[in-house]
Design a protein around this ligand. Structure first.
Ligand code: NAP
Length: 244
């Protein structure tokens, strides 16, 4: 039997990149995957591909910066499935390289609202289901930029340093309920990350063949959520083997 059969896995940012690869991977292990992002057309394409491969998926479009929309997403999942076994907080955005004093307050807010407040709102919406079930996994996709200084992208780095602090803290809050909360912190990944998917400002000068691939991160998420009950991998740092 597949290890995630009968489990509900919610993946944010599932429209492309790491989220799409993670959704496909968890579906291949038997989970019913709830696909979350803003682009419903792209989400439906991912759902069709998962279903064609014999998996189960549902599309729930949502803008994670919208407080009410995330709350109603949580209510819908509670109503339709009555459980949430896995939450992967993957959706995230970047910003063109520039010194912090050139970052506008609007850009700052959009970054923090997506990369840090979004995971908070998702946890607020779904952790109660996990607490009630006394089981669950939350995986937050952070970055090596949340471990290191990132000159000319300080605001992005700050969102990921913040996400790490949130992750380590709620891991302790939720441990008593048998819920494991992990951070995955990759280096450069071969995706369209950067300008909302329109092109990669972030990675544009790097060799895509040397970068991590989205499937590499998906494989790590799968490892985290299929650990035996006594084993909790709290953090994974991932680097491309050769510098891209
Ligand atoms: P990506 O290809 O640009 O995908 C980002 C995903 O997030 C898309 O599905 C996008 O879908 C969704 N998203 C963005 N804003 C959203 C919002 N307001 N509400 C809902 N969904 C939203 O990026 P990626 O490379 O896969 O990045 C995934 C994660 O890995 C991010 O957290 C990123 O910080 C992290 N990471 C990336 C790299 C890298 O080099 N690529 C390195 C380290 C860490 P819609 O636009 O349809 O909403």
């Amino acid at each position: 039997m597949n290890p995630l059969t009968s489990q509900i896995a919610v993946v944010t940012g599932a429209a492309r990149g790491v989220g799409e690869a993670t959704a496909r991977k968890l579906a291949s292990l038997g989970a019913h995957v709830v696909l979350v992002a803003r682009d419903s057309q792209r989400l439906n394409e991912v759902r069709q591909q998962i279903e064609s491969a014999g998996g189960k998926a549902t599309v729930l479009p949502c803008d994670l910066t919208d407080t009410a929309a995330v709350a109603s997403l949580g209510e819908q999942i509670a109503r339709d499935y009555r459980r949430c076994d896995i939450l992967v907080n993957n959706a995230g955005i970047g910003l063109d390289n520039k010194p912090l004093h050139e970052v506008t307050p609007e850009e700052w807010d959009q970054l923090f609202n997506t990369n840090l407040r979004g995971p908070y709102l998702m946890i607020r919406a779904l952790a109660p289901l996990m607490i009630a079930a006394r089981t669950g996994h939350i995986v937050n996709i952070s970055s090596l930029a949340g471990r290191n200084p990132l000159p000319n992208n300080a605001a992005y780095a700050a969102t990921k340093w913040g996400l790490n602090g949130l992750t380590y803290s709620i891991a302790e809050e939720l441990r008593q309920y048998n819920i494991r909360v992990s951070a995955v912190a990759p280096g450069s990944i071969n995706t369209k990350f950067g300008d909302g998917g329109s092109g990669s400002a972030h990675n544009s000068k790097k060799d895509p063949n040397k970068m991590l691939q989205p499937e590499d991160i998906a494989a790590v998420v799968a490892t985290l959520v299929t650990q035996p009950p006594q084993s909790f991998i709290s953090e994974v740092l991932m680097r491309p083997t050769q510098k891209p």
